[in-house]
Design a protein around this ligand. Structure first.
Ligand code: SF4
Length: 384
């Protein structure tokens, strides 16, 4: 019974994070605190958390809103997540947030920040300019100063000062969230038959809206129970899905991939919430947070790092996780995802790893042609 209750609380929180944000309203009523909405891919949630502000990820409405107002303000060739987030900002779904924050992950997100700020003039709307040249010796100092600037704006919003000890405590809370999420990533890779994508996704997505302490408590119990679960493996291929790190694919699309004969042993959905790994809390925690971003050896498509060789990364990665094939799942009009596709596909050709490229929008609802493509892909590997 208990397992069912916390599974359903993950699912309810995940559902609420699309368009309603009722749990955020409730949290604000109960605590009197403020809430900050942040746009993916990565945002240092520890900064608002240490000031008592609830950070909430804006991962798109997944087809839950009409895009008429956003479409009137933007070009037709931009990705769906930017349009659904902007639509929600214009029509009031995001009124619960006392501030909204974006970053320079791509030109579209950069412009989304500007257009949101112009249209919501009374709201705190900010923009983190993450470093571009991450192997410069100045990058960490630069990002540290950028975090100080954003912290000062958040301090003004909430009317209190950020304290070093409190920031270190917040980093420890998020370290624990990242550790548990990565434990779940590894569990799913070794025994993908233990949970399907829908369950996996609701657990990850709920982490973008639940208060971190509550989430960590629930996740701890969930991971322990899942590790002890017994289930029978089916005859399916193991696929690594890449490209869905920002705009989220429809859950039905992921189900179609599974039903076509695949175990999804890796995907990049909500990657930013776990990508940073463990952050040092001794010394200056703000500097450590900046350093962890700059020096992270794991690639993140929207962070350029010249020391990371993406060709050798993808070759080693798919071998290490024992993938039978790769599905490039790229959002329509997403240039960063398509850049990765161009880099990765030539390497996969060289190492003779089968791959398939599929495109989606968060509101896509017809997948028959995709079903046929994935079935053919899976069969070609199974019967090779
Ligand atoms: S989906 Fe791609 S293009 Fe759109 S905001 Fe995200 S990274 Fe930028």
């Amino acid at each position: 019974m208990e397992t069912l209750s916390f599974k359903s609380s993950f699912a309810q929180a995940a559902e609420d994070s699309y368009t309603n944000f009722d749990t955020v309203k409730e949290w604000k009523r109960e605590t009197g605190g403020l809430a900050l909405g942040y746009f993916p891919v990565y945002f240092p949630e520890e900064l608002p958390h240490s000031l008592g502000i609830l950070p909430v990820g804006l991962y798109g409405a997944s087809g839950g809103v009409a895009l008429d107002m956003a479409t009137a303000h933007t070009q037709s060739f931009v990705c769906s997540i930017t349009r659904s987030v902007f639509q929600m900002a214009l029509q009031g779904n995001l009124d619960v947030f006392d501030g909204l924050i974006f970053s320079n992950i791509c030109d579209v997100a950069r412009n989304l920040s500007g257009i949101t700020k112009r249209n919501l003039q009374k709201r705190y709307v900010d923009y983190i300019h993450l470093p571009i040249n991450n192997n410069s010796s100045y990058a960490t100092k630069y990002l540290n100063d950028e975090y100080l600037r954003v912290s000062a704006a958040l301090e003004k919003l909430v009317g209190k000062k950020l304290e070093t000890r409190q920031l270190a405590k917040s980093i420890r809370a998020y370290n624990e969230r990242r550790r548990l999420q990565l434990e779940l990533v590894n569990l799913r890779r070794s025994k993908p038959w233990l949970l399907d994508y829908t369950e996996w996704y609701s657990i990850m997505r709920s982490g973008s809206i639940m208060p971190v302490e509550h989430y960590v408590d629930q996740l701890q119990r969930y991971v322990s129970e899942l590790a002890a679960k017994d289930a029978k493996a089916m005859d399916r291929i193991r696929v690594a899905v890449v490209g869905n790190f920002c705009e989220q694919p429809p859950l039905m699309l992921m189900k179609v991939i599974e039903d076509a004969g695949c175990y999804i042993i890796n995907d990049e959905g909500l990657l930013g919430s776990r990508w940073l790994g463990n952050v040092e809390t001794k010394g200056d925690p703000l500097f450590s947070l900046a350093q962890a971003y700059v020096q992270n050896a794991e690639p993140l498509t929207v962070r350029f790092h010249p020391d990371i060789n993406k060709q050798s990364y993808i070759a080693n990665f798919v071998r290490n996780i024992k993938a039978d094939g790769v599905i490039f799942l790229t959002p329509k009009f997403c240039e960063p995802a398509l850049y990765d596709y161009m880099i990765y596909k030539s390497t996969l050709d060289e190492i003779k790893m089968p791959y398939l490229h599929l495109e989606y929008e968060e509101s896509s609802s017809s997948f028959e042609h995709i079903r046929t493509m994935v079935e053919t892909f899976a069969e070609s590997i199974l019967f090779d």
